[in-house]
Design a protein around this ligand. Structure first.
Ligand code: MTE
Ligand code: MO
Length: 239
């Protein structure tokens, strides 16, 4: 028993050394094991070094995150400024409605509380609507871009580990996984976590997200089924 444990320990140590020496290999492993699900027409790109969004027609524009709606001081924040705000790291699991999971993804980014401090939500603001860059291939209810919506109280609850992710496994988010910024939502099905976020709109009332409008099986409220979670959803213990 002890020798098995020791052997496993030594193998883990070896893996750590490999990861340390060839981060590119670890990165390739993360990408190879993380499926991509994107409904947008992929006609844009993003360059983290410059903060530029480039379009297929050859035009380019600086990325800005617009934070507006029911707030005292709406803001437009550049990519560099987002990165200059306090960041946090977390390791969390990812759960798609299709039934696949990716364990132990390492994210770094911003808590919504940091942005809320900047814009000061009005008391009526009870939801945040996430808007994505890029146009979607189909247009449910005429909606031409990806939209999601979550309760502000949940987004600000540290136990729920919502994170506005800028980095994945130590690298700026690759485009297919949501550059420049995506919402990480470990206790919600992954369709609640918008990729390519370009606007956070504080609102009094909820709206249906893109998938909820496209197909009624995608509920507006989408907690991960308890049996798929390795750590219980903190909302289930609320009184
Ligand atoms: N803007 C945008 N966000 C999105 C999606 C999308 O198509 N566009 N797909 C959602 C779904 S259904 C899932 S499973 C995850 C997929 O993230 P991934 O492509 O990084 O695996 O992003 C979610 N957020
Ligand atoms: Mo999904």
């Amino acid at each position: 028993m002890i020798s098995i444990t020791r052997r496993v320990f030594l193998r883990l140590m070896g893996a750590a050394v490999v990861v340390g020496r060839w981060p590119g290999r670890a990165w390739a492993f993360v990408l190879a094991n993380f499926p991509v699900r994107t409904v947008e027409i992929e006609d844009f790109g993003f360059e983290p070094a410059t903060g530029m969004v480039t379009y297929a027609d050859g035009t380019a524009a600086l990325y800005v995150l617009t934070v507006d709606g029911l707030v005292e001081t709406p803001r437009q924040i550049s990519y560099a400024s987002l990165r200059a705000l306090p960041q946090e790291s977390q390791t969390s699991d990812f759960h798609c409605v299709e039934g696949w999971d990716v364990d132990d993804l390492h994210w770094r980014g911003l808590r919504l509380a940091v942005l809320a401090d900047l814009v000061k939500p009005k008391p009526e603001a009870r939801y945040v609507i996430f808007h994505s860059l890029g146009r979607t291939r189909s247009r449910p209810d005429g909606l031409d871009h990806y939209v999601e919506c979550l309760p502000l109280g949940d987004l600000l609850d540290p136990r729920l580990e919502y994170l506005l992710g800028l980095d994945l496994a130590g690298n700026p988010l690759p485009l297919e996984h949501g550059a420049p910024m995506r919402l990480v939502c470990p206790y919600d099905l992954a369709y609640k976590g918008a990729k390519f976020i370009t606007r956070l709109e504080f609102a009094a009332d909820p709206v249906d997200g893109w998938w909820t409008r496209a197909n009624g099986i995608y509920d507006r409220i989408a907690p991960v089924e308890p049996e798929r979670l390795r750590r219980p959803d903190p909302r289930r213990s609320r009184s």
